[in-house]
Design a protein around this ligand. Structure first.
Ligand code: ADP
Length: 261
């Protein structure tokens, strides 16, 4: 059997603002079905990783391939963009549209489907995230938790023109920041479920311990422009790597120190 194509391939990728590299010649390969979490202190460059994958910015040097295709243009300028879906920290729903219109937005814009077909697809996605009879409501009529579920349903919607081979890359930016522990658990389950239902691959950025441990299988620790450590969630719990240990314990002592100004 041939080796499946990598979903993400970063090669010697550098991302620089002015003279300062936020990512400094990093390498990363992700295979289909993988669930990855990127951790690290604030300012380490975690959102930068997501923005690169989302096509919102381009590397200063090195290369990024998604699904085997080199990424040389911003996503908006791409004629045949890769299937990458970003779930924001806040649900970012359009307040003047109903839940159905929000979730089916892309299909209405792009796909040649009847209203009934779109409705069926939207309902299936809402059901997958445990929402029933809300399609006609406006986001303002839902609780915060339900709005968040709607944003996950939106990430699930499939453009039929992509065919059955479609395998999205799902990006979750701090999906559980500021939530209580029980709400966190629900969202973590949803991340796993959404990624599985979409038959995709996911990159989660989080500093919430339970989210790191429950939503991913592989952990990358980012600091000083480099992936300082990488391993399984089980290894993350017990490794004595000084970066991971400092992150786990929240200690002021260790290799991660505030930048000198
Ligand atoms: P994290 O998500 O880990 O908190 P970010 O990826 O948001 O970190 O940012 C990494 C670093 O890049 C930060 O020091 C930030 O100030 C810097 N940075 C991000 N965007 C810009 C920009 N547009 N211009 C200059 N510096 C930026």
């Amino acid at each position: 059997m041939s080796q499946p194509q990598s979903v993400v391939e970063m090669r010697d990728l550098t991302m620089q603002w002015g003279n300062r590299p936020v990512l400094d010649r990093v390498n990363l390969t992700m295979q289909p079905g993988e669930r990855l979490v990127v951790v690290g202190p604030s300012g380490a460059g975690k959102s930068t990783v997501l923005r690169l994958l989302a096509g919102l910015q381009l590397p200063t040097s090195g290369s990024l391939h998604l699904f085997g295709t080199p990424q040389s243009y911003l996503r908006l300028d791409q004629i045949d963009p890769p299937d990458v879906r970003l779930v924001f920290q806040n649900p970012a729903l359009l307040a003047s549209l109903t839940v159905e219109e929000n979730v089916g937005f892309l299909l209405r814009e792009k796909a040649q489907l009847s209203n009934t077909e779109i409705r069926e697809r939207v309902d299936a996605c809402l059901e997958a995230v445990g929402l029933y009879d809300v399609a006609h409501l406006y986001p303002g009529e839902l609780s915060g938790g339900m709005q968040k579920r709607v944003s996950f349903a939106r990430a699930l919607i499939d453009d039929p023109e992509r065919g059955d081979q479609a395998m999205p890359l799902l990006l979750y930016d701090e999906p559980t920041a500021g939530l209580d522990p029980v709400a966190c658990t629900r969202i973590e389950d949803l991340i796993v479920k959404t990624t599985t239902v979409a038959k995709g691959c996911s990159v989660v950025v989080s500093h919430v311990r339970s989210t790191i441990e429950r939503s991913a299988e592989r952990v990358l620790m980012l600091y000083g422009g480099q992936f300082q450590w990488e391993g399984s969630v089980d290894d993350f719990r017990c490794t004595d790597n000084p970066y991971v240990e400092q992150f786990r314990t929240g200690s002021l002592r260790g290799p991660m120190q505030p930048a000198e100004h």
